[in-house]
Design a protein around this ligand. Structure first.
Ligand code: C2E
Ligand code: MG
Ligand code: MG
Ligand code: MG
Length: 277
């Protein structure tokens, strides 16, 4: 009896596993073709400077449009890419495409768009990452001041020595380093001091809690004060309401990003947005 249950239990588990593994394999195979078949694109979400009320730059966010499956979000496919070795090719594509796009905007308009790209744990923990950035900047003759790399604490911790050394070298050349999703990772204050960081991005889970209770508000105020005392600037992400915007402005937050100001836009629409603002 026990043996039978065990076997049934195993079969149930196994069938479930099988389905998930097949789905995953399918996604992995599709992802393998995404770069060569040109299914990836970058969308750009503008950031607002809270003092000048001017656009201060944009974050490049990857989009994958598969002909049969449709749109697949980066939250779904980036982790798969990370686990299967596909992140290397996708990461290189993101770097080149963002730098190419910004240099094209510079050439065709008078706009100097400061662009932020997201860097994964895989990229940051491999020495080749630095070379890809420098190569792209050189190829498209882009001033490093126009580029920001966004990394998470978790990505830095994956291979701290290599990560910190590469981020330091990027800063030495004038590239800005931003700590993404701040507050959701290890958040050790000791590390914050030791990491070579220019910008702290407050995770949108904190922003969503603004006005909910006094503790949440106090935490955001404390993060902003802490970052400023370490000579870092602060960007709030996921700002959706006027109330959140007013609170962040009053708390001295430097920049904000969120649906209240703009959703991520295709390259052409970002240009129109910038020319209007
Ligand atoms: P992230 O870097 O923290 O990007 C912010 C995410 O929040 C984006 O989701 C953006 O569309 C979303 N967002 C912006 N404003 C709001 C708002 O007001 N409300 C809400 N609810 N959401 C908002 P997205 O584009 O789905 O990207 C999710 C994550 O995928 C990113 O988080 C980043 O970790 C990763 N990702 C995106 N593009 C890339 C990439 O090119 N390379 C790598 N390695 N990761 C990427
Ligand atoms: Mg980001
Ligand atoms: Mg973020
Ligand atoms: Mg995030």
């Amino acid at each position: 009896r026990a043996k039978e249950m065990g076997r049934n239990g195993f079969q149930f588990y196994s069938a479930d596993m099988n389905l998930r593994m097949r789905e995953r394999l399918c996604l992995e195979q599709a992802l393998r073709d995404a770069v060569p078949k040109k299914q990836l694109s970058l969308w750009y979400q503008p950031k607002l400077d809270l003092r000048t009320r001017q656009v201060s730059g944009a974050e490049a966010l990857i989009r994958w449009q598969h002909p049969e499956i449709g749109a697949i979000s980066p939250g779904t496919f980036i982790p798969v890419a990370e686990d299967t070795g596909l992140m290397s090719a996708i990461g290189v594509w993101v770097i080149r495409e963002a730098v190419r796009q910004v240099s094209q905007w510079r050439r065709e308009t008078t706009l100097e768009v400061q662009v932020a790209i997201n860097i994964s744990a895989f990229q940051l923990s491999h020495q080749s990452f630095l070379g890809y950035i420098f190569e792209a900047l050189k190829r498209y003759a882009l001033p490093p001041q126009l580029l920001t790399v966004e990394v998470t604490e978790t990505a830095i911790m994956t291979n701290m020595e290599i990560a910190v050394s590469q981020l330091q070298q990027l800063r030495d050349r004038g590239v800005t380093v931003a700590l993404d999703d701040f507050g959701t990772g290890y958040s050790s204050l000791t590390y914050l001091k030791r990491f070579p960081i220019d910008v702290v991005k407050i995770d949108r889970s904190f922003v969503a809690d603004i006005g909910e209770d006094r503790e949440s508000d106090a935490i955001i105020q404390a993060i902003i004060r802490l970052a400023h005392s370490l000579s870092m600037t602060v960007v709030a992400e996921g700002v959706e309401t006027q109330e959140q915007l007013a609170f962040l402005s009053a708390a001295g937050c430097d920049e904000m990003q969120g649906f209240l100001f703009s959703k991520p836009l295709p390259a052409g629409e970002l240009l129109a947005f910038l020319q209007k603002n």
